[in-house]
Design a binder for this molecule. Structure first.
Ligand code: URA
Length: 492
């Protein structure tokens, strides 16, 4: 229990509200999500209002004593949609006021303002949204600008990178590198902590120093060549480049040495490129296309969608790119394969026969389609024309990997707590691995900052013989009920 500071009345024993005392909460350095969640449950359970809580970070046990846990402390909070996701994002911010702001959000959401997060004009919501955006930008910069360097004379080969994030994002960013560099042994050093991947396990350790990472390695020239070959002179805009890739990161990035020379040659190269354009093949090299898009560094879902809209399909013919649909901050995101014929015509995901089946199953499982985020691993319809019909063609692994960059960014911005892979293509896009659905169906670990779940694609149910449909559909709805329950527990 808290101790009344001078001038404040003591809290009544067993009373519903402890508004007469100050409660001190000390959380660990960095992003202490578990500590904050436990404290918020305890404080809200005891009806301690935000103005009575003193939040501190990494200090000695509180001035006002350590609260005694009670059974109420374990009771989960029934928070409105989006609040849990906002908490998970904003605890990563370096602002020391973050916990106080988040507790105020929780308190107000529980006391008559359940739709508070939808009121962007509210000063608290506005500030939290800005903080969440700053985190998304910081994560993007770390994903895009971190460079590993090989440590010479080490067996097995090891790679080390130095990076200075603006916020406490190492834990949220590291799973991305596990997925990208799964077969390497690497360490990321930051001034706050380090992350180490030994090929099977990701562990965290003490801070590092810039001088602990090699200054350069034999890959340096390779990076520069790669950058030079993917650099688009027509997009040269130095101030935009500086805004997106602050100089602070340049010294970690070997390819930036090439920038001044490339900028000097940009006008001539643009002219040459325009002349060359008609001979360019329509089908593009996925690796190059990804690198060229990645350097556009969108800082919001809208900016990302603008890039997707402008992009050419890998295989010609699609009417338009079909973007994800649903609220940013949705607790659950569903990832399908690619738009079908109807989706391609209407420009919306999951509106054709498979989408209608999905909607029905979601409803039966108690998931409101409008509250979930729905998207696809591949954003363009790939098909073969047979007479007047456009027959769906499964995307190749190379095509899926071309779109993975988008899907990752998209999910960074949406920040769901749970991502459901519908079918094998979605699993490939989310994990980089071909995994049979029959083996992996159920809760899954995608090594991303969200929980995972794998189930079948609804179009699989449509293709089954009639006598097998009812049973398979019931199993699909049962999976979605588990997704519903999992989503609930993660949002709490
Ligand atoms: N199948 C998918 O995977 N996505 C859609 O949007 C439609 C059908």
């Amino acid at each position: 229990m808290g101790v009344p500071p001078p001038g404040l009345p003591p809290c009544a024993e067993g009373a519903g509200s402890c508004s007469g005392t100050l409660e001190a909460v000390d959380l660990s350095l960095g992003a202490d999500l578990d500590g904050f969640r436990a404290a918020a449950r305890r404080l809200a359970g005891r009806r301690v209002p935000p103005e009575r809580v003193l939040w501190s970070i990494g200090e000695a046990p509180g001035l006002f004593g350590t609260p005694t846990p009670s059974p109420d402390d374990e009771a989960p909070l029934s928070l409105p949609r989006g609040v849990g996701a906002m908490v998970a994002r904003v605890v990563l911010h370096r602002d020391p006021e973050r916990y106080a702001l988040l507790y105020e959000l929780i308190w107000r959401s529980l006391h008559g303002e359940r739709r508070l997060l939808e009121v962007s004009s509210d000063p608290l919501v506005h500030r939290l949204e800005r903080m969440a955006k700053a985190i998304a930008r910081d994560l993007h910069k770390m994903h895009a600008f971190l460079r590993f360097r090989r440590v010479e004379a080490r067996e097995p080969e090891r790679f080390v990178a130095w990076f200075e994030p603006d916020h406490h994002i190492l834990g949220a960013a590291a799973p991305f590198f596990v997925e990208r560099f799964r077969s390497l042994h690497w360490t990321i050093l930051t001034p706050e902590a380090s992350a180490r991947w030994d090929g099977t396990r990701l562990t965290y350790g003490p801070p590092g120093r810039r001088e602990d990472a090699p200054a350069q390695d034999g890959f340096e020239a390779g990076w520069r060549d790669y950058y030079e070959s993917t650099f688009n002179p027509a997009r040269t805009n130095l101030s935009a480049m500086r805004a997106e890739m602050p100089k602070k990161y340049w010294r970690n990035m070997p390819e930036t040495a090439a920038i001044p020379g490339l900028v000097r040659q940009a006008a001539a190269r643009t002219g040459a490129m325009i002349e060359r354009e008609p001979q360019m093949p329509v089908k593009r090299n996925p690796a190059r296309a990804v690198a060229a898009m990645a350097d556009q560094a969108p800082d919001s879902l809208e900016a990302l969608n603008a890039i997707i809209r402008r992009s050419e399909p890998l295989v010609p013919g699609a009417t338009q790119a079909v973007l994800g649909e649903g609220p940013v901050g949705a607790t659950i995101a569903f990832v399908g394969e690619q738009p079908g014929d109807q989706e391609d015509r209407q420009g919306r995901p999951f509106v054709g026969p498979a989408g209608q089946l999905l909607s029905r199953a979601l409803e039966e499982a108690g998931i409101a389609r409008g509250e979930a985020y729905l998207t696809n691993a591949v954003k363009h319809f790939k098909f073969e024309e047979r007479g007047k019909r456009r027959i769906h063609q499964k995307p190749t692994a190379g095509e899926v990997s071309h779109y993975r960059w988008w899907l990752d960014r998209e999910l960074d911005f949406v920040a769901p707590r749970l991502v459901v892979a519908l079918g094998a293509t979605a699993v490939l896009a989310l994990t980089g691995k071909q995994i049979p659905i029959t083996r992996a169906r159920g809760p899954a670990q995608f090594e991303k900052p969200y929980a995972g779940f794998i189930t079948v694609h609804p179009s699989y149910l449509l293709r089954l013989p009639d006598e097998a449909k009812a049973e398979a559909y019931a199993a699909f709805v049962a999976d979605l009920r588990r997704v519903h329950d999992l989503g609930r527990s993660l949002a709490a």
